[in-house]
Write a protein that binds this ligand. Structure first.
Ligand code: ATP
Ligand code: MG
Length: 456
């Protein structure tokens, strides 16, 4: 972006003006184009990127004002400076209202013009620098959103920055809620396609009958109700990334249609006799073991190999326990509102979170933190603000109220520990809960559960 040349178009019917301008800028690092009338200028504007244009107001065929209208309509970012005749101030004001950035009165000195053009160049490069910086921070932003310092996440990030810029198809495999979509977006942001669209296709929700229509689009009148034509998802991802989410859910017949389109790099809208070529990078995600699906003949082998040029596996949360506190605090920060007092997660609550097995992975953690913020009325999220299945489902399975605790079960140790703590703390439950590093409410629940009330 930044190393592109500054392209300046000079539109003037006086040959002497054009040649003197060209001569002036010949040593500069500008790409100078010229046109002697509005029509010619418009052709140039339509065929290439023009960063700035010096436009004479009075020209044959199409005057400067009309040309300005045309440029503003199709390329509103082009910086246009009008060259007006002496005393043409009212025209100049009119032009600025239409979107011109400045005007220069004729006749002008070459030095004066050089100064003005240099100013335009400076504005242009600043604008460019801003765009570049924004793109860079956006990329980091996507990466920053992929929270985690565990070895597996660091490896994943490294891989994303390596394979992102290539154009290979990537298959992302991982349990539900592990962040597959986030990974797909990060891949897109690390590719040269990142200024174009990232288009997700939810394969689980697109049913077979509308698949072609959704993906390939249709022409006007293709079927009743098709009052206008549509591009479809594939064409809207042209030059960008097409993300097939839950690809394993795609029915076999649809898989065949998709494969054909991918192989031919073409899309034929429903009802059309014409095909359009497309240039998309394909990223797909699944929570199934796609190879097994192939073995079971539920997924086409040829499509599998097309998609799986590179496999990225996103590890389940239970395999990156060291990320749990980082993620929890990140969600707490992101989800807390101005109305809540909560600003921390208590140590005991964190211990529960780190011990839990997370079948719903990061999405489940996000929901639990959201719930914790809503439930807690204090400064911290305590164990009692977590759902029961997080703080004590294991005991529930092994020990029901009144049931005899077998001698070496985990529950029996827990019961004993609580008994001891209560003894030491002379039945002061608050102190006992601190000693046991669990929340007071949790202790109450466990006392009831193990029938230790009688100690009171
Ligand atoms: N490493 C991470 N850092 C921060 N947020 C994450 C991370 N991984 C996942 N998330 C968040 O968790 C939620 C679930 O992630 P995502 O939708 O990407 O999961 P998924 O693997 O596509 O799940 P599913 O298979 O159910 O569609 C999202 O809100 C996402 O932003
Ligand atoms: Mg998903």
């Amino acid at each position: 972006m930044i190393d592109k040349k500054f392209t300046l178009l000079i539109v003037d019917d006086e040959e002497s003006v054009v040649s003197s301008l060209k001569r002036t800028f010949i040593d500069e690092d500008y790409d100078i184009k010229s046109a002697s009338n509005g029509m010619e200028a418009l052709k140039i504007v339509k065929s290439m990127r023009i960063d700035a244009a010096l436009v004479d107001l009075k020209m044959p065929l199409m005057n400067g004002m009309e040309l300005l209208d045309n440029i503003m309509e199709s390329h509103p970012n082009t910086m246009v400076v009008m060259l007006t005749g002496h005393g043409g101030i009212s025209d100049a004001v009119k032009a600025i209202k239409k979107g011109a950035m400045d005007f220069i009165e004729k006749p002008f000195s070459v030095e004066g013009l050089l100064v003005r053009v240099k100013q335009i160049y400076k504005i242009w490069s600043l604008k460019n620098e801003n765009i570049r910086l924004r793109e860079k921070t956006d990329t980091n932003f996507e990466f920053d959103r992929l929270i985690g310092n565990s070895t597996s996440v660091l490896k994943l990030k490294e891989l994303i920055s390596k394979v992102g810029p290539t154009d290979t198809s990537i298959l992302i495999q991982g349990e539900t809620g592990t962040g597959k979509e986030l990974v797909a977006r990060a891949i897109h942001h690390h590719s040269i396609r990142n200024t174009n669209n990232f288009v997700p296709v939810d394969c689980a929700s697109i049913n077979e009958s509308v698949f072609e229509n959704e993906l390939f689009g249709h022409i006007k009148g293709a079927f009743t109700g098709a009052i206008s034509s549509t591009d479809g998802l594939i064409r809207s991802a042209d030059k960008g990334t097409l993300f097939f989410d839950e690809i394993g859910e795609l029915p076999l017949t649809t898989q065949a249609k998709l494969l054909r389109s991918i192989q031919e790099r073409e899309v034929r809208p429903v009802g059309s006799s014409k095909s359009y070529s497309v240039d998309v990078r394909i990223v797909a995600a699944t929570n199934r073991d796609l190879k097994k699906e192939v073995e079971k003949k539920r997924f086409r082998e040829d499509l599998y190999y097309r998609l799986n040029v590179l496999l990225l596996e996103v590890p389940p949360l239970s395999e990156r326990i060291s990320d749990i506190s980082l993620l929890s605090n990140y969600f707490l920060d992101r989800l807390k509102t101005g109305f809540t007092k909560v600003s921390e997660i208590s140590e005991e609550a964190m211990q529960y979170l780190e011990r839990y097995n997370w079948p719903g992975n990061i999405r489940e953690l996000e929901n639990i933190i959201r719930r914790g913020i809503a439930v807690s009325s204090q400064k911290m999220i305590y164990p009692e603000d977590l759902p029961e299945h997080v703080t004590g489902n294991e005991e529930k399975n092994s020990y029901e109220d009144g049931e005899i605790v077998s001698e070496h079960s985990l529950a029996s140790y827990e019961k004993e520990a609580i008994q001891k703590a209560l003894e030491i703390c002379k039945n002061n439950r608050r102190k006992a809960s601190v000693l046991l590093r669990i929340g007071e409410a949790t202790l109450y629940r466990k006392i009831k559960k193990y029938d230790l009330d009688s100690l009171k």
